[in-house]
Design a protein around this ligand. Structure first.
Ligand code: AMP
Ligand code: MG
Length: 320
């Protein structure tokens, strides 16, 4: 990796290049959001289908008003409550946002990340930065710089900010009048949003298998080896299995390798360690199949199981 300089990275963004950078959620693959040629390189490097829109990252509240034509009171309430932080808000887009960013939709997803390197990079680049996660399309999200290098060795620059703190992608909502729909569960839960918008109807429209937002496919975030969710009918694991537990009893199974994301089912710890544990199993050549313990689908557990089910989907549904 080259020197870890935000100034150099910002120069690359200004010149229309790509920079992988840390946010509090996962590492992003960034380009100048207002330069369609730069943004096109993101789709090319990630092998991401162009129907899957990108999230635009900003560092000042003023940018919200230049990127969107309609910043309502409810939007401002959410912004004041959760930004900088892991919440993306889908808003009507202004004409300066190129179509390639929003996959031709008339809306754009915007977020202010809570990471000093990300915020400094955006400020020094002097433009909003469009950034999906810095991985090949469909594969595991990167939560440190080595995960980025593994999947995108040809990226122009990687800013190394250590491990991300949250560990999964942002919550996504869209707001129309007095209705707020959750499009993708994340670290900020439905209950958090309800508390911030007491007079608004907030509902979860992100049920598994329902395509509420382009790009939210059933299969996503997958490791390169089979992944199965533990259930009562699984009594013994096959040879060379990797077992990811969140506090459950290790002695019930014999596995080649065991990783605990948490000792106590602490959902914040599980979230922070989820992708790192899947990467570690993916990289360990002695592991051929991965098994992961489920968590209760309540609160943050909804976002955890959303990622786990999508990661396991292709290995559990042979028709896909
Ligand atoms: P990521 O791949 O984590 O960067 O997240 C991008 C996701 O945000 C996409 O796959 C969409 O599901 C969602 N998204 C981005 N922009 C929009 C939009 N304008 N309308 C609806 N969903 C969006
Ligand atoms: Mg992604």
């Amino acid at each position: 990796m080259k020197n870890n300089s935000i100034d150099e990275a910002a120069q690359i963004i200004k010149n229309g290049g790509l920079v992988a950078f840390p946010t509090e959620t996962v590492y992003g693959l960034g380009a100048n959001a207002l330069n369609p040629f730069a943004v096109a390189k993101i789709f090319e490097l990630k092998e991401r289908p162009t129907f899957d829109p990108l999230i635009v990252h900003i560092a000042s509240f003023d940018d919200l008003k230049t990127l969107s034509t309609d910043v309502s009171e409810n939007v401002m309430r959410l912004v004041k409550h959760f930004w900088p932080g892991p919440l993306t808000i889908v808003l009507p887009k202004s004409s300066i946002v190129p179509d390639i960013v929003s996959s031709g939709l008339d809306t754009v997803g915007i977020r202010m990340p809570n990471n000093p390197i990300a915020l400094d990079l955006i400020r020094k680049s002097n433009c909003p930065i469009a950034a999906p996660s810095a991985n090949k399309f469909g594969q595991l999200s990167p939560v440190n710089a080595s995960h980025v290098k593994k999947q995108l060795p040809d990226v122009d620059y990687i800013l190394d900010g250590g491990n991300t703190s949250v560990g999964i992608e942002s919550t996504i909502v869209s707001i129309e009048g007095d209705t707020c729909q959750l499009l993708r569960p994340g670290f900020i839960t439905l209950e958090d949003i309800e508390n911030a918008l007491p007079n608004t109807f907030v509902f979860n429209n992100s049920k598994p298998g329902k395509l509420v937002s382009p790009g939210l496919l059933k299969s996503h975030y997958s490791p390169k080896k089979p992944l199965y969710i533990l259930n009562d009918s699984i009594r013994n694991l096959p040879e060379y299995s990797g077992l990811i537990l969140h506090g459950g009893n290790n002695s019930l199974y014999t596995a080649q390798k065991v990783i605990y994301t948490s000792q106590t089912f602490n959902k914040i710890e599980i979230t922070a360690n989820l992708f790192a544990s899947l990467h570690e199993m993916e990289e360990d050549e002695s592991v051929k199949t991965i098994y992961i313990e489920p968590v209760e689908e309540k609160g943050l557990g909804i976002a955890i199981m959303d990622r786990v089910k999508k990661a396991a989907y292709q290995y559990n549904n042979s028709s896909n």
